[in-house]
Design a protein around this ligand. Structure first.
Ligand code: SF4
Ligand code: ZN
Length: 725
């Protein structure tokens, strides 16, 4: 390590430690040592201290203990270094810096000083889990943390757009001479937030801890590492989290110290100023600290240094195209023209045809183009996608059709919502000005269909109808097909097939976890239904979705098959011997971390509760979603607790071995509403048409006592069922 860098990092860490100590002394004086400290929405206390020191810091007294550790890391005598002995002084300083920064922001939360204006502040566990899936399916290849400010606003926007184009989640913050990149982007009206992959964390370097202790929670959540397993957690970050830092403007001592901390996690730092470079040593196989003065090259250099794998599809349209634009909205005042929604008739429909019936690359707009619409106007729109391929099956039509949403949304300035005959599309004024036409919807779909579904789609053509009578004509055909599909799906039962599909996608972070995807039970992340898994296998026969022969049925009630058990045993690295597909009490299927909902036992109510990821409040089991999630994930079997996909709730096989839907005594309002008619229908089928009213939600109960009162009052059937335990 360069002496200059080491000295700066050590100075920076000392300054941070002093600031932490001063702040902590003040807090103890003003609030007392028992005052509680916590970050919002996490089960990991102060995540750095939890992961690296194994400490569950809850109050100011606990912070005093963390401060002692920080100080011990700052000592120069080797004998006093209690841990991480292989790292040099500067790297120890890096860890000290991270712990001190975390302590400082925790105190700021105590004083209500975080999050800063327009900033995200602490990132919750929920965000960690929901973005986890994007990390594993490759939609998001990595993270960047930018510290400082660019020399001018335009450069700031350019750098961020370069990252956005590559789908890299970018955290922006810190500052140089009182100027922050956050304000540069704000002034240029760049839309910031999780949806656009540009997340402001805070305007000082200390808040740079947010992306870092967010990353370390990945090791705890997805890697299954335990608190205090410092080296394992750091190694997990290095191996699995493709992150890097980008320092824009002068690098001061605090930034050097924070950078040393990032390097400990395996994240290199790239700077645009003259810094002494550090070449590979120790735990990194690549450079630690690199300079690049040319802003046109800086993003490619970052990517190269960290080895981030980026896939950009070049689509010949006049606007930028990338997953980072998927969440971008087009508001009414930004809109040039719209289609569908409550304004006009619109539909999208994908169907398979014979090879000779499809002319690959044919794109036709039948009716007026967008130029014939006045600004702010609307047109009817029918999108008819026809595909052909030797391996194409009718079953794959809905899967292809569902992707239309994502494909169109990823164009900058295009907004898409809904599906089938409920779709709603907008083209922004900016996109229109750049020359975007209705025809380009076809260009995008054609390119993306080949790119994504290359294994099953040999040819694709797209018809775009914009005349009312034509839209109606094809809509009638589409509707017939929608209802046929629905009937087909409804008739698909676990008994009717010989093969289930595995999903091992999440093994990249939960090495022993797998989902067994069945017609009547989808993967717990909600992203893989039976047909999705089947199509995915056709697309990629050596991929994460493999067919599993059910084999001999060992228990039809609990859902146990010989073939499944054998497969589970092998693919769980011999850690799981049995899976019961329909029970939460005996050999329940495992959870990785991406579950849409958690089911948890409530012994006193003789039933279960279901809470979805989006719900932040308290539940009758005394834990919030994020706290519960901490004990369910990691690929272990925990009878009484299980992560599931939302749609499993309306399956006839929903924990059917344990009494099914009638065992549910509490679920969130949002779930009740989202599952709406399907859930009502299931209640009728279960013979309790008013079950939904008997199931409490947060408006009736958030504690066990309130829940029991509600169940008694409404006469919930669970109270009279066989005891669960
Ligand atoms: Fe992960 Fe299961 Fe979803 Fe596959 S189905 S991505 S293993 S949660
Ligand atoms: Zn998962």
């Amino acid at each position: 390590m360069s002496k200059i860098v080491a000295a700066a990092a050590i100075r920076g860490a000392n300054k941070l430690a002093q600031e932490a100590e001063r702040f902590l002394d003040k807090a103890i004086k003003e609030k007392g040592k028992d005052a509680q400290v916590s970050f919002p929405g996490t089960a990991f206390y102060l995540p750095m201290a939890y992961a690296l020191l194994g400490m569950e810091a809850k109050n100011l007294q606990d912070l005093t203990a963390i401060l002692e550790h920080i100080k011990s890391l700052l000592h120069q005598e080797p004998s006093e270094k209690l841990w991480l002995p292989y790292l040099g002084d500067a790297l120890d300083s890096g860890i000290a810096a991270l712990l001190a920064e975390e302590l400082i922001v925790a105190l700021r939360y105590l004083y209500g000083q975080e999050p800063q204006e327009d900033c995200e502040g602490f990132f919750t566990d929920t965000i960690l889990r929901s973005l986890g899936i994007q990390l594993v399916d490759g939609r998001m290849p990595g993270f960047a943390a930018i510290l400082g400010a660019a020399p001018d606003n335009k450069t700031a926007v350019d750098v961020v757009r370069e990252l956005q184009k590559r789908n890299i989640l970018t955290f922006v913050g810190s500052s140089v001479n009182g100027r922050s990149i956050i304000d540069q982007l704000k002034e240029e009206k760049v839309e910031m937030g999780w949806d656009t992959y540009i997340v402001p964390y805070g305007r000082d370097t200390i808040t740079g801890i947010y992306p870092l202790h967010w990353a370390i929670r990945g090791a705890l959540t997805f890697g299954g590492h335990k608190k205090g397993e410092a080296l394992k957690c750091l190694k997990y970050c290095k191996d699995r989290v493709f992150a890097f830092g980008l320092a824009l403007g002068e690098v001061d001592d605090i930034k050097y110290a924070t950078g040393a901390g990032a390097i400990n996690m395996g994240f290199p730092v790239i700077a645009d100023t003259d810094i002494p470079e550090i070449r590979p040593t120790g735990i990194c196989t690549y450079e630690h600290l690199v300079k690049e003065h040319d802003y046109k090259k800086i993003v490619p250099v970052c990517i190269e240094v960290r080895g981030v794998k980026v896939k950009i599809s070049e689509i010949p349209i006049p606007v930028a195209y990338s997953a980072a634009f998927e969440g971008e909205r087009v508001r009414r005042e930004q809109m040039y023209a719209q289609f569908g929604g409550k304004y006009t008739t619109a539909f999208e429909y994908a169907r398979s045809k014979k090879l000779e019936e499809v002319e690959d690359g044919k794109i036709e707009v039948i009716g007026p183009e967008v130029d014939e619409v006045k600004e702010g106007g609307a047109l009817p729109l029918g999108i008819l996608v026809e595909v052909a391929g030797r391996k194409m099956q009718k079953d794959f039509e809905p899967i292809i059709e569902r992707q239309i949403h994502t494909f169109l949304n990823e164009a900058m300035g295009i907004f898409h919502m809904g599906q089938r005959d409920m779709c709603w599309i907008r083209i922004s004024k900016d996109a229109h000005k750049k020359g975007f036409k209705i025809k380009h919807f076809g260009t995008i779909l054609h390119a993306r269909l080949h790119d994504t579904f290359g294994a099953i789609v040999d040819k694709a053509q797209v018809m775009l109808y914009t005349k009312q009578e034509e839209v109606e004509k094809y809509l009638a055909q589409a509707k017939k097909s929608y209802s046929e599909r629905d009937e087909r799906m409804a008739g698909m039962t676990d008994e009717a097939v010989d093969i289930f599909y595995s999903c091992t996608l999440c093994q990249s972070f939960a090495p022993n976890h797998l989902c067994v995807v069945k017609p009547e039970r989808l993967g717990l992340c909600g992203a893989y239904s039976y047909l999705d898994a089947k199509a995915s296998y056709e697309l990629n026969p050596v991929g994460p979705n493999q067919p599993i022969k059910k084999g001999e049925c060992l228990d039809p009630v609990r859902g146990e098959w010989k073939g499944i058990n054998e497969f589970v045993y092998q693919r769980s690295n011999k850690t799981l011997e049995r899976f019961h597909g329909y029970s939460i009490m005996t050999f329940p299927e495992t959870s990785c971390g991406c579950f849409e909902c958690i089911i948890a036992i409530l012994p006193e109510a003789n039933g279960f509760m279901v809470v979805n990821r989006e719900y932040n409040g308290m539940t009758p089991c005394g834990m919030s979603f994020s706290t519960l999630a901490g004990s369910v994930g990691g690929g272990a079997q925990t009878p009484g607790f299980m992560g599931v996909g939302r749609l499993y709730l309306v399956s006839k096989k929903f924990i059917s071995a344990d009494g099914g839907l009638k065992r549910i005594v509490w679920m969130t309002k949002e779930l009740k509403e989202a599952l709406g008619e399907k859930l009502k229908k299931r209640c009728q089928e279960e013979g309790v048409p008013d079950l939904l009213d008997k199931i409490a939600d947060e408006s009736a109960a958030t504690t066990s006592d309130e829940l029991l009162a509600h169940l008694e009052k409404t006469g919930h059937p669970a109270l009279k069922m066989d005891p669960l335990m």
